[in-house]
Design a protein around this ligand. Sequence first.
Ligand code: PLP
Length: 362
Amino acid sequence: MTAPRFAHLLRPELADLAAYVPHTGDHEIRLDGNEAPPLLSSNARAGVAHALAAGGLERYPDPRATELREAIAAHVGATPDEVLVGTGSDEVIALLLTTLSQPRAGADAATILTPSPTFVMYRLSAAARGIRVLEVPLDERWDLDVAQMRAAIEAGEPNIVFLATPNNPTGNRMSEDRIRAVIEAAEGALVVLDEAYVAFAPASLAHLRHVYPNVAMLGTISKIGFAALRIGWLVGPVELIREVDKVRQPYNLPTPSQRAATFVLRELRAEIDHVVAHVVGERERLGRELGRIGFGVSPSDANFLWVETNRPAKDVFEGLAASKILVRSFHARGGRLANRLRITIGTREENDRLLEAIARWA
Ligand SMILES: *Cc1c(COP(=O)(O)O)cnc(C)c1O
């Protein structure tokens, strides 16, 4: 419903968008958001709490996030001037879209290209800015369809190509040779490799940043246990970072988040590895068990499983919700997503509860 008073001022694209509404209801077990299970030691928690409580309440945060950028640079093998930090990679995506929104020569609109299905924020954030979105379906194994991607790049002249690897919601990595082919075809565009889930995967593709000048990487601490801090980053060529930095609000990162994230990256490496090892172990166990009781489970390199149901996913989703377990269903998207669920890996107990409840819906 549009307020008539402002109708003539509104961006037309907003008519097709809806504000993000988180799931309500009292779910005892939430396996819907790709968050980490709460397995940090009390020592580690105390360290983060100490960093969060650091003083300076009257002062604005460090607008350059100097220490945090240094910590991220050390973490990913970059220099601090190759790093830009946002309130989650969500903000970084929005900043990139604002920065690189000049239509390409010969194109009638600024455009982005993504595979489908993938992380929805690329599409939502672009649409909210009046940027055209081209989507190319992933192939039958949820990998890149290079021929279709090439054709879309040629016809659509995108400003940015977003590739999440491992991909959300399908959990798999895209093949490196296909990624390379897309990067090479998209010479006039920026290709963003979003590695939000890289901690759960056997390897990173960060080396491609040094091979191709049109590549930048997205990273985040949200999926490894620190979603509450809202810290994500872009690592890319200095000439790009410098421009995006003009668009960033100078005080985008609250002091407690900067301090806590710096502590996390510098001091909690071993703790994080421990949480990640738990998640990966449980991912393999849960995948095996779900397969054994009749669900289709794709290979995952992320902290969630992409699960194919025999019954409509909506029924399974609702059945689980009745057991107070929340997962993510894609039934509303229809087509080949109509019988797909995305299930975040939880604690061992949560995963056991899920297995028990979902067995009835096999
Ligand atoms: C969850 C997710 C993000 C968002 O990360 P934030 O840093 O929490 O904003 C980015 N990319 C992908 C592919 C994701 O699944």
